[in-house]
Design a protein. Structure first.
Lengths: 207, 178
């Protein structure tokens, strides 16, 4: 970290213990109720780049033992310096090695394919990657997708704008690899949705 | 980074590195005295003082293989000075150009870490530097120097000069043979 990035540094959680516990609660809630939109409590100062909810989620989850990969526009921004300063997480240059990935909004063409990330093994499925993907908007009212799977009583509708065009195909593939596969968080500036690998995504016509 | 504690660094490359090293060794009364009215300011914390352990590594003679000497307690913090006048709050804290100060000090004294970081931030501003150089850094240098001189003097009293008495060139040999 150089003096320049230090000069533009902002603080992290207002209260470290309560802030990170609240983020953890959000992450648990999101993964146990896939497709449910959860509002992130914004008790922190945020970097200028990156979506706030994604930044906070990673601020709460990362530490010095977790490697992270960020897509290019984030890796060269104040968001990367901020995350490194507050969590001490090592940044890796190869997305296939990372335990956490932070994919910037609007650069879907440069996102690595889900199948190329760490998938875990049958004995240790927990060693797979977790992907935080920034999206433009999340809605449950417009039924573009129908989600089914553990944590969803009957079905959950969800519409996401700003994902890669082939995301649904990639997700079907990811779901099929269970118990291996990656878990995904979708994040707008203030909200989070969890997509664990157990969730099936159907088009509204199919359901 | 490997640094000799007792000898002055060969090249005083970076003035900031030099003053941070001085501040880390400063006794608290000298800091309080040197910073005068700045000690009362409430900083914006980037990282509140936190205490942890750091592994200290050494090299025998400064050239051998690295080895772990032991762990030491370190307190670190980072802060941004409060703006001089409480002018209209900058909406974006990142645009705030008041300097950021960082401190890593030995021990568990949070106050020491805070004051060292405040001093680091102030020293970066060209306006404050000459004042603090005279009021804070000069006494600190004298203090560190005095400590080194005292320790050097103590060590000198234990120094042993091993003398080898050279034997007489020829006379000795002759005595043995006779």
């Amino acid at each position: 970290m150089n003096a320049q990035s230090m000069q533009s540094m902002v603080a992290g959680f207002d209260n470290e213990a309560f802030g990170s516990q609240a983020v953890f609660r959000v992450a648990l809630q999101a993964l146990s109720h896939p497709g449910q939109i959860i509002t992130m409590p914004m008790d922190a100062q945020l970097p200028q780049h990156g979506h706030g909810a994604a930044a906070l989620l990673l601020l709460g989850l990362l530490d010095a033992d977790t490697t992270v990969w960020m897509s290019e526009s984030l890796a060269n921004s104040d968001a990367a310096a901020w995350l490194r300063f507050h969590t001490g997480c090592p940044c890796v240059s190869d997305p296939h090695e990372a335990q956490f990935l932070w994919l910037a909004h609007g650069q879907a063409l440069n996102w690595p394919a889900l199948a190329s990330l760490r998938q875990g093994s049958d004995a240790y499925p927990d060693q797979s990657a977790t992907c935080v993907i920034e999206v433009q908007s999340l809605q449950t009212s417009a039924p573009a997708w129908v989600l089914q799977g553990p944590g969803i009583a009957t079905q959950q509708t969800l519409q996401v704008q700003g994902l890669a065009a082939d995301f649904q195909a990639q997700w079907a593939d990811n779901h099929g690899r269970f118990p291996q596969g990656v878990d995904v968080f979708l994040a707008t500036p203030t909200q989070v949705v969890g997509l664990p690998r157990t969730t099936r995504i159907l088009n509204s016509q199919e359901a | 980074m490997l640094q000799s504690f007792d000898k002055p660094a060969t090249a005083p490359a970076n003035p900031r590195a030099e003053w941070m090293a001085l501040l880390a060794r400063a006794p608290l009364p000298l800091l309080e005295q040197g910073l005068a009215d700045h000690t009362q300011s409430t900083p914006q914390w980037l990282r509140r003082p936190e205490t942890g352990l750091m592994m200290v590594q050494g090299r025998v003679g400064g050239a051998g293989e690295k080895f772990n000497l032991g762990e030491m307690t370190v307190t670190r913090c980072a802060l941004r000075l409060a703006p001089a006048a409480p002018a209209p709050a900058t909406p974006d804290p990142a645009l705030n150009d008041t300097p950021v100060g960082v401190a890593y000090v030995m021990g568990r004294n949070h106050r020491h870490a805070q004051l060292a970081a405040v001093a680091d931030a102030l020293l970066q501003s060209p306006a404050e530097w000459p004042v603090l150089e005279q009021r804070l850094l000069a006494p600190l240098r004298a203090h560190v120097q005095a400590g080194q001189t005292r320790r050097h003097a103590q060590a000198q009293t234990t120094k042993v000069d091993f003398l080898t008495v050279a034997r007489e060139a020829s006379g000795g040999d002759e005595e043995e043979t006779s």
